[in-house]
Design a protein around this ligand. Structure first.
Ligand SMILES: [Zn+2]
Length: 315
């Protein structure tokens, strides 16, 4: 089951589970594997969650389950796996697939095809796939797998939901350290920030502010003292808090589009709630508004007024 991979791949698993739970599956997934050694198992767990009604919340241990047995043996008739034939994935392989997949699913409710090493599609194959992706057949799900997303056509990538897997054994830095790495290019300032334990609280206070704002919008205007100015008093503290706020929204955006998170892996649940409330476009707008507001701090602007205006501007 997908939860078996939750610890190693928290973002990918959360995105996939959420899509199934909320019935928001898309027609095409692109798994960027980054050399993760259990990619295939994880992808099959996802497929089992889609096809076997017993496999979502718990492993389907039912030895009589036809679906899981066939999937384990890689012989489920409505799952087609395409691997490169020699150096390339050939156009004929795609033609055959499209022919087969133009008919409705007979066995289950969904038909799925996997294209392994998708970067090995040449131009003819890519164009053929592109056409297939442009006219999605209902209940057909494409799963593209690649270790090199940059070799795929942009037009293909943009039609897929990207699911990025982490490398094995990534070195875990603390949230404080990753935030510092993104905010300060200067090594001494970075160390100062990390060594000041108050900054853990500062990061948490910014998160709380964003979460409060996302739930209450303009009502936040009534509580700026309590939520913000009790902690962020002078120019410098405000600049820092705005930087953290931008990072937080960047991770909300990353989660929304399935990219790896920069800093806030430990806040998945809250990030997901906010991501659900916003479109990609609205998150980008918010980031750009916060950036603009931050630039005004340098000009000795009244900080209360600035935050009030920002809240109004964010809407
Ligand atoms: Zn099953």
């Amino acid at each position: 089951m997908l939860d078996d991979y939750l610890k190693e791949q928290p973002i990918a698993v959360t995105i996939l589970k959420n899509a199934i739970k909320k019935n928001r599956l898309v027609h095409a997934y692109l798994f960027e594997t980054n050399g993760y050694n259990k990619s295939e198992e994880l992808i099959f767990s996802f497929i089992k969650s889609l096809l076997c009604p017993n496999n979502f919340f718990a492993s389907c241990e039912n030895s009589n389950c036809n679906i899981c047995t066939m999937l384990n043996d890689r012989c489920y008739p409505e799952l087609k796996i395409i691997n490169p034939d020699g150096m390339w994935i050939k156009k004929e392989q795609l033609d055959e697939l499209q022919e087969e997949f133009s008919k409705k699913a007979i066995l289950g409710t969904k038909k799925i095809y996997i294209i392994n090493q998708a970067e090995k599609m040449n131009t003819a194959t890519s164009n053929s796939l592109l056409k297939f992706l442009e006219e999605p057949v209902s209940n057909v799900i494409a799963i593209l797998v690649t270790d090199n997303i940059y070799q795929l056509l942009d037009t293909i990538v943009s039609r897929c939901q990207i699911v990025t897997l982490n490398k094995n054994n990534v070195i875990c830095e603390s949230e404080l350290e990753t935030v510092a790495n993104y905010i300060f290019s200067d090594k001494i300032k970075r160390e100062e920030f990390v060594n000041n334990s108050e900054n853990i609280e500062n990061i948490n206070n910014v998160k709380k502010f964003v979460e409060y704002y996302e739930n209450n919008h303009l009502d936040t205007l009534l509580y700026t003292q309590k939520l913000w100015f009790n902690y962020f008093k002078d120019k410098e503290q405000n600049m820092l808090a705005y930087d953290i706020m931008i990072l937080y929204y960047r991770d909300i955006l990353n989660l929304k589009i399935g990219h790896a998170l920069l800093c806030f892996q430990n806040n998945l649940e809250n990030l997901l709630k906010i991501a659900d409330k916003n479109t990609e476009y609205s998150i980008c707008e918010k980031i750009s508004k916060i950036l603009k507001a931050k630039q005004k701090i340098k000009n000795n602007i009244n900080l209360n007024l600035l935050l009030d205006n920002l809240i109004i501007d964010l809407g």
